[in-house]
Design a binder for this molecule. Structure first.
Ligand code: UDP
Length: 234
């Protein structure tokens, strides 16, 4: 196996499946099965889940809400998604721990870095909820931050697109995909697959990111085994 410890980032929207809002349990179960295949291969996995399928601070601000208040609501939304993923993972027989950056003692542990690492060493999948715990950040940044903290080997950003393109492939048919690209180029060209803070954190800490299509069954395992799928940012 190429990696010992992986941080997987799943956006909230990816949990919607074909729905326009909320959570599609079938989709979440498919992700759980994919994650299990990597887990069964002996790789340690931590997951950061977004909340955009339920609530986004920035969008709420545009309709008049206070940004910080809205961002806290967005962070709570991520915890709902984390609980859905936790449920699905346990349904397929994987032991998990959910840690939240905002304390919610009745449903999950608080985020404690050393404890998270210990869970991983004991073979549990750790799900990180509530992003960084701070407004004005994103769960992409949370993914980079947590990955660095727990000394993951790579951040895998699972999306519905199979990598980073020269332009938005849904709008520009001439767009081509990068197999590999540097952080400087991604930031310089404004290729907004993740936010700049997330990229910068990884760049400064020499942590590679792979952007790949998580909806293609088996892709996650192939990447974990070292196959060149998606776009590698380093
Ligand atoms: N959020 C935040 N701080 C964080 C992470 C998330 O304030 O550290 C809020 C923010 O409002 C964001 C929402 O939570 O819009 C959902 O997260 P995100 O948009 O990153 O989810 P995704 O796009 O991955 O579904």
């Amino acid at each position: 196996m190429k990696y010992k410890r992986i941080l997987l980032k799943l956006s909230g929207e990816s949990l919607m499946g074909d729905r326009q809002y909320g959570i599609d349990n079938k989709q979440v179960l498919q992700y759980a099965n994919d994650i299990k295949s990597v887990y069964d291969a002996g790789i340690e996995i931590a997951v950061v889940v977004g909340g955009g399928n339920i609530f986004r601070g920035l969008s709420a601000e545009k309709s008049g809400m206070d940004r910080a208040q809205a961002d806290y609501m967005g962070m709570l939304a991520t915890v709902i998604n984390c609980m859905a993923l936790q449920n699905a993972l346990e349904t397929v027989g994987v032991e998990t721990r959910l840690q939240s950056a905002i304390k919610m003692e009745q449903i999950c542990e608080p985020y404690i870095r050393r404890r998270a690492m210990h869970h991983l060493e004991l073979g549990k999948i750790v799900i990180f909820g509530a992003g960084t715990g701070n407004p004005y950040f994103t769960t992409d940044t949370a993914a980079s931050l947590r990955a660095i903290e727990i000394k993951a080997d790579v951040v895998l950003k699972g999306t519905r697109v199979d990598g980073i393109y020269t332009a938005d492939p849904e709008k520009d048919p001439t767009a081509t995909r990068y197999d590999e690209i540097s952080f400087a180029e991604v930031i310089g060209k404004g290729l907004n697959v993740m936010d700049t803070t997330a990229f910068t954190l990884c760049q400064e800490n020499k942590l590679p990111i792979i952007v790949f299509d998580m909806n293609k069954e088996g892709n996650f395992l192939k990447i974990a085994q070292g196959e060149a799928i998606g776009t590698l940012v380093k």
